[in-house]
Design a protein around this ligand. Structure first.
Ligand code: A2P
Length: 329
């Protein structure tokens, strides 16, 4: 496989290189792409240094698969040009996610939607991926009426600049800001830009992407997304109204046997998921599963995952692995 990696020097791009290496993805040629700021630099893959190239020169390489993680504008402009060369683009930005002609894929849930003819495939938002890894089996078994989500999101989801901002603030140093406010010792209820309806784009991604991936537009979804000074992963407090009553023990067994999900739930031993333990892992962790006594058929739970792994790099590479396994490339 000839693989182009657009955004190879970024937060997600760097993790993609790690995940490709860890999973021994079959690569015959790696083409790392970044902005002109990075020309002359290299990235390391399996102990070999690869020169960063421009996006224009990468197109002509006619890669089998291009993994994009350089932001929405780059994807909008360049993904179709790669697709024209018969390269399959797997895009980590939000650029194509809601395009009715493009698939939005979490391999464990809806990889069967993919066909040999898909040329631009979208990777969902990090918060949506970890949410649906847990909600999809519940929806299949019991049906979901409504979901209320509050997120506690890692600054790594914003990119390198945000990580630098927290480091500077921690050391009391001046520097450029990724957020409107100090993030150190703070919680900012503002992820991505505000929409006319008063919600942020991140909150609406949770609504719209849930509907598209579960192919069910009747589920009520409402969300509040909050940025906190944490690096290991995103956490989500989720209230779910099911269509049927479900014993908590049955829900725990179901989630315990769901591939890609790890149940960590034992109040007696203070066992529950946390970002410091999720960091660097490819799974989604769930715990604090309990009945919501205030509403019939409702439960509360807590979901944590490394947003750069299953929320971005790992999910993208799992899509690439699906393509390889289908022998479409
Ligand atoms: P660079 O490091 O040269 O700026 P992050 O979101 O973590 O900041 O990463 C963004 C990624 O997208 C980086 O690898 C960045 O490269 C890359 N990128 C930004 N603009 C372009 C561009 N015009 N062409 C190719 N890659 C780009």
């Amino acid at each position: 496989m000839k693989i182009a990696l657009v955004g190879a020097t970024g937060m997600v791009g760097q993790i993609m290189l790690k995940v490709l290496e860890e999973r021994d993805f079959p690569i015959s040629k790696l083409i790392p792409v970044a902005s002109e700021r990075s020309f002359g630099k290299t990235v390391n893959f399996k102990g070999v240094e690869y020169n960063i190239v421009s996006i224009e020169s990468a197109i002509n390489e006619k890669a089998d698969i291009a993994l994009f993680s350089a932001g929405g504008e780059i994807s909008l402009k360049w993904a179709p040009k790669f697709a024209d060369q018969d390269t399959i683009v797997i895009d980590n930005s939000s650029a194509w996610r809601m395009d009715p002609n493009k698939k939005l894929i979490i391999p464990e849930i809806n990889s069967s939607e993919l066909t040999e003819n898909d040329r631009i495939i979208s990777n969902p938002n990090c918060s949506t991926i970890q949410l649906l890894m847990v909600l999809s089996p519940l929806h299949l078994k019991y049906g979901i009426n409504r979901i209320i989500i509050s997120t506690y999101q890692s600054i790594t989801g914003t990119g390198m600049l945000a990580v630098k901002q927290l480091e500077n603030e921690y050391h009391n140093k001046e520097g450029s800001m990724a957020y409107n406010y100090q993030i150190h010792k703070n919680a900012i209820p503002h992820c991505d830009v505000f929409q006319e309806n008063g919600y942020t784009k991140e909150e609406m991604k949770l609504v719209n992407e849930t509907h598209k991936i579960l192919s069910d537009y009747k589920i009520g979804v409402t969300a509040t997304a909050v940025r906190i000074p944490v690096v290991g992963g995103h956490s989500e407090s989720v209230n779910i109204e099911l269509k049927k009553s479900a014993p908590i023990s049955e829900i725990k067994n179901l989630l315990d046997s769901t591939p890609g999900v790890i149940l960590e739930d034992d109040p007696k031993t203070n066992k529950y998921p946390m970002p410091i333990f999720a960091e660097g892992k490819n799974e989604v962790f769930v715990g604090r599963i309990r009945k919501d006594f205030s509403n019939p058929n409702s439960i509360n739970l807590w979901i944590v995952s490394d947003n750069l792994r299953k929320g971005a790099a790992t999910n993208t590479i799992q899509i690439a692995e699906y393509i390889v396994n289908q022998k479409w490339k």
